[in-house]
Design a protein. Structure first.
Ligand SMILES: [Zn+2]
Ligand SMILES: [Zn+2]
Ligand SMILES: [Zn+2]
Length: 801
């Protein structure tokens, strides 16, 4: 597998210009070098770091921000200058990311000291805003040190940590542009802020007990709760089983004691969220190990400065309430990333807290104190709030390790608004993404900037969050779109929005097929311009008006055909009786698939299998036969639903993809593959010239599934054979595509790649067949990554024209 380090320009820098250290004397006459550093180097403690390096190496000169990076000029003995450049790369501060360093020889100017010059001297600053970062080790030490002046101060931070994106109104990233503007620094804080040698030099959110934000505790009716210490009082209430709304970094969380079954059930009841797993925050990595079996990769992801939620294997008897993540073997776990959260665990009274976004279903997360009180008063017993405004909503990011590589299932806090490289130069453009789990992308030049996870664009609240974030990012990156890219689905609100927005502005509008975008995004992350794409997904509007999602697409970025790709093969179409209702009721999908495979769905055996009444089956069968509200789909996600419905007896789901997730979960302890008995769909190759696409047929597969079911084979085994068979079927199809095209690279994308068992089987099987396999690293394989792929395709098209 190619991991992202192989092919993107995001990691590592190369020293330019051949400076040969051997030729340079240690104590020769002074020389001067100009160094330009590009990457994430502003607002991340880079200037104090360089200042310290220059001091330690005894060099004179200056550093300042410029547009796109920093400029350094240093003067001193050649060997010291060399050491300086080497250390610049080797000792980069934790939040900084160096993309490139260019070094040139300058004429000696005779500077006496090293200084940090004001930004204006070197031109206007325009490098956007850094991502939010978890409390660093130094700050955590101060937080828990009774002798420190910031002991137990819930808002301490420094240049190596703290809120960034979520507290910033607009650029440049300077205190007056953040929600810290209203807090005037005290003399001690100001002195730290002004001292280039201090860890808090130009730390924009710098604050302390004397001058910074403060906590408050409110009852559900908004009235203040009198307490000596709002934090201690909150801990006591949580320990007593209450539900708290807690203001965090990117929004409010709803919190409850994760070891208290009754408290968790009460939270579910009040939030109307019944089945969907809830994330759990624990004190530290030891506490995480106690509730989950963690691999070293999962541990380092948990402790990374983005502090995402990591899906990990539950540990038996871990004391976590069963209702936190019912029916699945994993738990979404994460560690505290704000001082306030560390303090909740500091007394040791609480072991694990449910921390779930404070919203109702897929509404945007609440950020404002009044908004939280209004929206959550029926859910939370009390509100732990503060007076630092959150200016950008940002949910927690969700990740998982697949075959030792991190996968971003939801890209939000800690990652936004970091740019992702583009393989071609893009004119300023906006890609609006899809419908569910929406994320838009602004692109310009060689970078694409993805918004945070915005949720479903199903209503005006969703669209309002979309436009609010869009205008913020447009300002931040100074990108005024010259074209807008959208999904082909005519019913998506994002499509309607794009049409109206471009009409008002007279801008070109580009439609991109859903799965083409998925695959192009995966290829672009690796800088590859042709691949056999396996787009394995829940849904997506096809160029023929049917719903796609089990696709083998030959994709070339330079493809000039009208579609821009070739649909080489796909899963055989089956009807979705009732359309969207079949997504919420997987038994309908099972009925549609079994009917299409030639089974008599009204037979006694089938009625028992579907746990359905003859009358309801008859209605659906008639809908299918008359082609009424029964769209055809080749979606793999729907096939998973259908199989899960009969194997797990799951008629309806509480949340999207629940049946498929449970099917993956039940197989967790089964072997990857079996000598025989995997349910491999057949590849049907049409006669040459027939104009029909290769089909991946599932009839025999269904027969094998049912035979095993009726023979009493355990459902875990059936689930494993299904996963193995599906992977093999698509690997076979990729093999045929290779014979026809000579392409040896496979790109994996689509929502089904959230299924780690499937992702692993595909990668391992394809590599055994000698393929190079590409998987997403920096954007989500699901619809959260869609807009990045849309931007890639549009950039390639616009470049050609
Ligand atoms: Zn810090
Ligand atoms: Zn202060
Ligand atoms: Zn999709």
């Amino acid at each position: 597998m190619l991991d992202c380090g192989d092919s993107t320009a995001l990691k590592g820098a190369s020293l330019s210009d051949g400076i040969d250290p051997i030729q340079l004397a240690h104590h020769g006459p002074p020389q001067r070098r100009g160094i330009v550093v590009r990457g994430v180097v502003q607002g991340v403690g880079f200037r104090p770091f360089v200042y310290r390096l220059a001091m330690e190496e005894g060099l004179a000169g200056f550093i300042g921000n410029n547009t796109g990076g920093v400029t350094i000029e240093v003067e001193g003995p050649a060997a010291r200058l060399d050491a300086f450049v080497v250390r610049l790369r080797a000792e980069t501060p934790p939040l900084a990311r160096i993309d490139a360093i260019a070094v040139e020889q300058l004429t000696v100017a005779g500077d006496a000291a090293f200084r940090i010059v004001a930004s204006e001297v070197l031109g206007r600053v325009s490098t956007g805003i850094p991502a939010d970062a978890a409390t660093c080790a130094d700050c955590l030490r101060e937080l828990l040190d009774p002798a420190d002046r910031r002991f137990r101060y819930p808002f301490l931070n420094c240049t190596n940590c703290g809120p960034r994106y979520t507290i910033t109104r607009s650029i440049p990233y300077d205190r007056p542009q953040t929600s810290m503007a209203k807090f005037l620094m005290c003399a001690l804080c100001q002195a730290e802020y002004d001292d280039p040698a201090n860890r808090r030099f130009h730390a924009q959110p710098n604050a302390c007990w004397q001058c910074g934000p403060q906590l408050s505790l409110s009852a559900a009716d908004g009235g203040a709760i009198e307490a000596d210490d709002p934090l201690d009082e909150s801990v006591a209430r949580l320990a007593a089983g209450q539900i708290m709304a807690i203001k965090g970094i990117g929004g409010f969380h709803l919190s409850a004691d994760a070891t208290n079954e009754a408290a968790v059930l009460r939270l579910r009841e009040r939030k109307h969220r019944y089945g969907k797993p809830l994330a759990v925050m624990v004190r530290d990595i030891e506490a995480a190990r106690a509730i989950c079996d963690l691999t070293p990769d999962e541990e380092s992801l948990l402790q990374s400065s983005a502090r995402p939620i990591v899906l990990a294997r539950k540990r038996g008897g871990n004391g976590i309430a069963e209702s936190v993540a019912p029916g699945i073997p994993w738990l979404g776990v994460f560690l505290p990333y704000a001082p306030l959260q560390h303090l909740l665990f500091a007394s040791g009274e609480l072991r694990a807290l449910v921390m779930t976004s404070a919203n109702l279903s897929e509404e945007p997360i609440a950020i404002d104190n009044d908004e939280a009180l209004a929206r959550l008063s029926g859910i939370a017993d009390a509100f732990l709030m503060h007076d630092r405004e959150i200016l950008q909503r940002c949910d927690d990011s969700v990740t998982a390790i697949v075959d030792r590589a991190p996968q971003l299932l939801r890209r939000a806090r800690g990652f936004v608004p970091l740019g992702v490289a583009l393989p071609v130069d893009a004119p300023p453009l906006l890609a609006v993404g899809g419908h569910m789990k929406n994320v838009f992308t602004l692109a310009s030049g060689r970078f694409a900037y993805q918004s945070q996870h915005l949720g479903d664009l199903e209503n005006l609240t969703g669209i309002a969050f979309f436009t609010e974030s869009l205008h913020h990012l447009m300002r931040t990156f100074e990108i005024e779109p010259q074209a807008v890219v959208h999904d082909l689905h005519p019913g998506y609100l994002s499509t309607a929005w794009a049409k109206q927005w471009t009409a008002e502005r007279g801008l070109p509008l580009i439609g991109v097929q859903h799965h083409h975008a998925h695959i192009a995004g995966c290829m672009a992350e690796h800088g590859v311009d042709e691949a056999i794409g396996l787009a394995l997904d829940g849904t997506g509007y096809g160029t023929d008006g049917t719903i796609w999602g089990g696709e083998v697409l030959i994709t070339r970025l330079g493809d000039t055909s009208s579609a821009g790709f070739e649909r080489f093969a796909h899963l055989e179409n089956v009807p979705m009786p009732g359309g969207d209702a079949a997504v919420k009721e997987p038994w309908r999908m099972a009925l549609g698939a079994l009917h299409a495979a030639g089974f008599d769905v009204e037979s006694e055996q089938m009625l028992a299998l579907l746990r359905a009444e003859r009358s309801e089956v008859r209605v659906l069968k008639r809908m299918i036969e008359r082609k009424v509200n029964s769209p055809a789909t080749s979606s793999l996600g729907r096939l998973f639903d259908a199989v899960a419905a009969v194997v797990l007896n799951r008629r309806v789901v509480d949340y999207e993809a629940q049946a498929a997730i449970e099917l993956e979960g039940i197989a967790v302890d089964e072997p990857d593959r079996f000598e025989q008995g995997n349910y491999v769909p057949e590849l049907h190759t049409p006669e040459e010239g027939s104009g029909i696409v290769n089909l991946i047929r599932t009839g025999k597969m269904w027969k094998a599934v049912l035979e095993d079911l009726w023979r009493g084979v355990p459902s875990s085994r059936i689930a494993a054979r299904f996963h193995a068979g599906i992977a093999e079927g698509f690997i076979n199809a990729a093999g045929n595509a290779r014979i026809e095209t000579g392409i040896n690279v496979v790109a994996l994308s689509g929502g089904c790649l959230h299924n780690r068992r499937l992702a692993h089987l595909l990668r391992a099987g394809l590599e055994e067949e000698g393929f190079t396999v590409l998987q997403h690293c920096q954007v989500s394989p699901g619809d959260g990554g869609l807009s990045y792929g849309q931007a890639v395709i549009a950039a390639a098209m616009l470049r050609r024209s």
